[in-house]
Design a protein around this ligand. Structure first.
Ligand code: ZN
Length: 242
C-alpha cells in the first residue's frame, strides 16, 4: 500500500508539475493574429512527436517497447501507438507488478496532453529528471510497475487540428471518443452539445474506442489515468463499468 501511495503521489506530481510548468512558461504567448495558430516552437507536430517517441524507444529497448494497433470499419481506420515501460523482470504470477495505463490526446485539440506523455516517457527512460524527486526511491518504485502509455489516442482528430480546425476535439469522422463508450452512452446532460459530444452510432462504434477497450481488457490495469486539458476534473476508472 505504501508503494501504491508513493506511486500515486509520483504520478500526480509528475502530471501536475509539467502541466503547470508548461502553462507558466508558455501560457502568455498570445499572438495578435485573429486566428491563433499552433506554435510549433512550443508544441511538436504529431509526426515529430511520434518520431521522437519511436527514437526514444529504440534508445532504451531495455525498458521501453512500442506496438501499433490498427482497427477500422466503414472505410474509416485508426492506428494507435502503445509504449510499454517495464524494467527488469516481467509481470508474472511469481513477480506481480502494478499495471498502469496512461492515455493522452483523446481529444484532438488538447495538444498539451501528448507533450506530457513525451515528458513522462523522457523521465521513465531517465533522459530527463523530475526536480526534487529522489532517484533511488523512484527507481525502487518503477521496478515494481508496468506502465503502458498511449501518447496520442486520437491521431486522426489531431491531424484535423493541425490542418486548421483548431477547436476540433472529435475523431476523424466527427465522433467524440470520450462519449463512445458504453457507460452512459447517448446520455444527454444539461449542457449537452450534439456537435461536440456526438457519441457515434453505437457504443464502441469507433476504431479508436475499440482499440482502447481491447488494450484495457488484455492489460487489466490497476490504475488508468486518461489525461485531458481544459477542465478541472479528476474521475476514477471502474473496470466493471466500461
Ligand atoms: Zn478532453
Amino acid at each position: 500500500m505504501a508503494d501504491l501511495l508513493s506511486l500515486s503521489s509520483f504520478l500526480f506530481s509528475i502530471i501536475t508539475f509539467f502541466f503547470f510548468y508548461f502553462l507558466s512558461v508558455h501560457g502568455d504567448n498570445s499572438t495578435q493574429s485573429s486566428i491563433t495558430q499552433i506554435n510549433y516552437d512550443l508544441y511538436h507536430s504529431s509526426r515529430n512527436l511520434m518520431d521522437e517517441i519511436k527514437e526514444m524507444v529504440h534508445r532504451h529497448s531495455d525498458r521501453l517497447s512500442m506496438e501499433k494497433v490498427k482497427a477500422g470499419n466503414k472505410g474509416y481506420s485508426a492506428e494507435i501507438a502503445v509504449v510499454t515501460y517495464c524494467k527488469g523482470k516481467k509481470d508474472s504470477a511469481e513477480n506481480p507488478k502494478l499495471r498502469i495505463l496512461l492515455s493522452f490526446g483523446q481529444h484532438g485539440r488538447e495538444l498539451i496532453t501528448s507533450e506530457l506523455a513525451f515528458r513522462i516517457l523522457s523521465i521513465l527512460s531517465e533522459e530527463k529528471h523530475l526536480p526534487g524527486m529522489d532517484e533511488a526511491s523512484l527507481n525502487s518504485i518503477l521496478d515494481k510497475v508496468v506502465i503502458k502509455v498511449v501518447p496520442m489516442e486520437n491521431i486522426n482528430g489531431r491531424k484535423l487540428v493541425e490542418g486548421g480546425d483548431l477547436c476540433e476535439r472529435r475523431n476523424g469522422r466527427g465522433v467524440d471518443l470520450n462519449r463512445n463508450w458504453s457507460v452512459d452512452w447517448g446520455k444527454k446532460e444539461k449542457d449537452y452539445d450534439p456537435y461536440e459530444e456526438n457519441p457515434g452510432i453505437a457504443p464502441f462504434s469507433e476504431p479508436e474506442s475499440q482499440i482502447m477497450r481491447k488494450l484495457a481488457v488484455s492489460f487489466e490495469p490497476h490504475i488508468w489515468v486518461n489525461v485531458h486539458s481544459g477542465m478541472e476534473m479528476c474521475t476514477l476508472y471502474n473496470p466493471s463499468r466500461s
